[in-house]
Structure formats: structure tokens, C-alpha cells
Design a protein around this ligand. Sequence first.
Ligand SMILES: Nc1ncnc2c1ncn2[C@@H]1O[C@H](COP(=O)(O)OP(=O)(O)OP(=O)(O)O)[C@@H](O)[C@H]1O
Length: 304
Amino acid sequence: MTSFVTLHQLLFVLNPVSGDIDKSELEDTITAFCAERGRQAHFFHTTGAQDQNRLRTAIKRQAYDAVFACGGDGTVNLVAEAIADTGLLLGILPLGSGNGLSKDLEIPQDLAEALHLIWEHGVSAIDTLRVNGHFSAHLADLGFNALVVERFDQSDSRGPTTYVRIATQEYLAYEPATYRIRTDRGSFEGPAFMVTMANGNTFGSNVVINPDSRLDDGEFEICIIAPFPGTAALGILYQLYTSDFEASLYTQRLRCRWAEIEVNGQSQVLGQVDGESVRLDTPIRIGISPRSLRVLTPTVPPPS
Ligand SMILES: Nc1ncnc2c1ncn2[C@@H]1O[C@H](COP(=O)(O)OP(=O)(O)OP(=O)(O)O)[C@@H](O)[C@H]1O
């Protein structure tokens, strides 16, 4: 469902480090954009520590109409968790390295164009997930990608080239775990290269792990990539970049409302949730809160 509301008091949550993007002029730019349209801009700066508690306190202090995450998927996750189920609106100014959820919502990746969301927008209510209690608005996973995300976070360099370098190095020595997955609809047992718990469709890298799924259907998908021989790698990558996830012997999806995942021989595993590394005790339990997050979406193309 889409509806329109007028926003007056806006809180912008700025992540100073996301995406390695210079944000020294961001506050002035946003303030000027808002002032031109009779909106008032307020700012909250993330520090990387205790941000969830500080943000919740800031949101209680004043009646905002919307809270904008100005960063990547980690910043979106922070803001989304703080405002889910409150009725407050989430806006996104994509200023991270991947910006996966903003891409799924078709928010322009250009800052000046995304700023138009302040006065021209629709409102949609989307589902959110909990993965062992960790909030997820977009994509979480276990296995190969989670490992690469952790190595990437530990690396001194950033960007897609670093991701590909780490993925290539890790692929050669990677040993897939064996998973037992139960859901309200179906089950899976066997080794997997990676297991994604997907509310959204597309990683920030533009890999489409969960094509043709909706963010607001009250269901999520478990997307499983089985171990594959090196000769199949390019074909699978091609499918992932062309929204053809299931067109492979090595891929399958379970659509569900809850899931429980055990990993053979492991009481704790590495995962990633909306781009952030987490340690997850097994069994991992995933649940959904249907339409619990109200988000601003573009409805009108920005003027050229
Ligand atoms: N002031 C800060 N100093 C250091 N780290 C910070 C600060 N503020 C937030 N962080 C960290 O930034 C991370 C979130 O970054 P975010 O995901 O928004 O950007 P990104 O990683 O560049 O983009 P993407 O996730 O879209 O690829 C979190 O790990 C958070 O702890």
C-alpha cells in the first residue's frame, strides 16, 4: 500500500565513516534542502558504539515525522530497528558501499535525487526479521558470504575490488558446513556453500539472491546455494546477476514464516546480518514481523 504524508520534523542519522564518502558538507546540504521546503532538519551522529541506545533516547526526546539513515545497510539497520513498530517513517539517503535495501526500494543512489524523498514520496510498510534476536530489514546469511564480510571488515582496504580479492582467496580453502533447516513449509538437510535468510532481493553488490520476492508479503525466503564445482562458478554468478537464482542444480529456496537452522557439529556459527558480522548460537531461529516498518519510497521521478 502506498500513501502520502507531509513531513516537518526530520532527524538525519549520519554515519561519518560509511562508504568511505566525504560527508563534511552533508549537514549543510541537507539543512539547506530542508529549509527551502519549510522542513526542519535535526542531526544525530553515529559513533560505532552504543548507537542503538543513544538513538532511541534521541527519538523519544522530540516528535519527529521521519528518521533518515544517511549511510549504508548497517546504518539503515540501526535506524530501522530503533523505529520499527513505532509508526515513525524510515527514509534512506544511500551513503554506504553497498546500499542494498535502498536499491530494493528503488531509491535513487544519487544524493541530490534521494533528497527529493523529503517532499515527494510514497509510504510502504515492509516486513522485518529477527535472526536469533538480531534485527534484519534486508538480508542475513551463513556460510561463505558471512566469512568474506568478516574478512572484509578486518581488511585495511575497502570497495568491490577488495571484496572480490578476499572472496577469491577464501573460496580455494572453503569447507562448506552441513545444515538442517526446518520451516513452517518445508525442510532441507545437506551441505551448503551459503544460506541466506532473505527479506529483500538484492545484495549491495547487485547480486540478486532472492528474485521476485516482496518486502511486504509476510514471508521470507531461505536461499540455499549447495557446494558446486569450480567449473560451475561462472554459471552460478551469471544467474545471480541476471535474477535467475533457481536456474541451477545447486540452488533452491524455501519460502516461509519461521525457520530453525542447525549446523552440524557447531554450537555457534559466523553470520552476517544486513552487512554486519555476528556470532549466532545454534539452533538459529528466524521469525518475521509482518509490515512492521514504515518506509519512504520514491513515487515520482525527480526532475531532470
Ligand atoms: N563514528 C563511527 N566510527 C567508526 N565506525 C562507525 C561509526 N559510526 C558507525 N560506525 C560503524 O559503521 C558500520 C555501518 O556502516 P554502514 O553499513 O552504514 O556502511 P558501509 O559498510 O560502508 O555500507 P554497506 O553496508 O551498504 O556496504 C557499523 O559497523 C557501525 O558500527
